[in-house]
Write a protein that binds this ligand. Structure first.
Ligand SMILES: [Zn+2]
Length: 345
């Protein structure tokens, strides 16, 4: 078998139990937190940092997560003299930033994020009037979702603030290409796009480790959605573009993703992700045998039944594929007399 088509290698068959950790590389510890969604967990990382620790990502703001963190505080003496120096958050999604404010307060440490991710977390946290996603019913109606789904979206409100503890008003900005010293090793900040606007990934050549966040996942593809706040965005183009930088990393790097299991085979996984989206784009073009709205493309991309939480991601992803094709002149978009946007091959 050529190395290019070698399957991914998973050095661990199972994650650490709640409250436990696994040391996946010297000084790099893996822990897991539960999530109340179909994707029911997130991986977090504890990095030994000289006489203290650096935490990477936080878990969602729920009592269950706080209780598990309390066990880690005790097991690793995180509140002791060998305390926590900083909390690094990869991006603004609730499973990553959720408990950042709580952790920073409990552990008396700094928050490190990229500027756009911190601003997004702040904006959604203080958006009590729901301005940012306020236009979403019109947006989803224009993309052909039926009134029954729309009324469920309207009833749900915006759940962000229920999943994220107040985000610290002070932070340390991380930028593309910056090198951060953690535990005597250098970690380079690589920026992922499309899934979130300025997602931080961390690469240490010395450790042979890439903390990939949600940008490179094994077995599942990260959500890449057009959101109501930016209806003309091209997140799929941004996502596919950002993947190219990972070919410059060593092919045998240990990838630490936010979901599922750590793996080796980074270049192979990047090729699979690109192929996956190429295949989906071809499926979308084939499905456009007549002008169709994004809602009619959903069954082409998602063969399973979707709940409300998944539907927001799924319709966003369908629009992202259509926008990618439309913005490159491969399909056309027009507005029907009833106001619905339809796409034609
Ligand atoms: Zn995410």
């Amino acid at each position: 078998m050529a190395p290019d088509s070698a399957p991914l290698a998973f050095p661990y068959d199972a994650p650490p139990d709640g409250g436990e950790t696994i040391e996946v590389a010297p000084g790099i510890h893996w822990l897991r937190m539960p999530l109340p969604f179909a994707l029911d967990h997130i991986n977090l990382w504890l990095l030994e940092d000289g006489d203290g620790w650096t935490i990477v990502d936080c878990g969602i703001a729920r009592d269950e997560t706080r209780e598990l963190w309390a066990r880690h505080f005790a097991a690793k003496a995180l509140k002791g003299p060998r305390g926590v120096k900083r909390v690094i958050v990869t991006h603004f999604h609730p499973d990553h930033v959720g408990l950042a404010g709580w952790l920073c307060a409990e552990l008396d440490c700094e928050l490190w994020m990229t500027q756009t991710e911190w601003l997004m977390a702040q904006a959604l946290s203080i958006d009590e009037q729901n301005h940012i996603h306020g236009s979403r019913i019109d947006f989803y109606r224009a993309h052909g979702l039926d009134e029954e789904w729309l009324s469920q979206f309207a009833d749900r409100g915006e759940p962000y603030r229920t999943r994220v503890a107040p985000v610290p008003s002070v932070f340390r900005r991380m930028q593309a290409g910056e090198r951060i010293a953690i535990g005597g090793r250098e970690w380079e900040v690589l920026i992922g796009r499309g899934h979130a606007p300025e997602h931080a990934c961390l690469f240490s050549r010395e450790a042979g480790v890439l903390i990939s966040g949600d940008i490179v996942l094994p077995k599942i593809t990260p959500n890449v959605s057009v959101w109501p706040s930016q209806p003309e965005a091209d997140p799929l183009g941004e996502y596919l573009g950002c993947l190219e930088q990972f070919f410059d990393l060593p092919p045998d790097v240990l990838v630490l993703p936010s979901h599922r299991l750590p793996f080796r085979g980074l270049h192979q996984r990047i090729r699979q992700l690109k192929e996956h989206h190429d295949d989906r784009l071809a499926d979308v073009i084939r499905a456009l045998d007549r002008p169709r709205p994004a809602a009619e493309i959903l069954p082409v991309l998602f063969r399973r039944k979707l709940d409300l939480h998944q539907l927001g991601f799924a319709i966003g992803e369908a629009i992202a594929h259509l926008a990618y094709l439309e913005q490159r002149g491969r399909i056309r978009r027009e507005r029907r007399a009833d106001g619905v946007l339809v796409y034609a091959a």
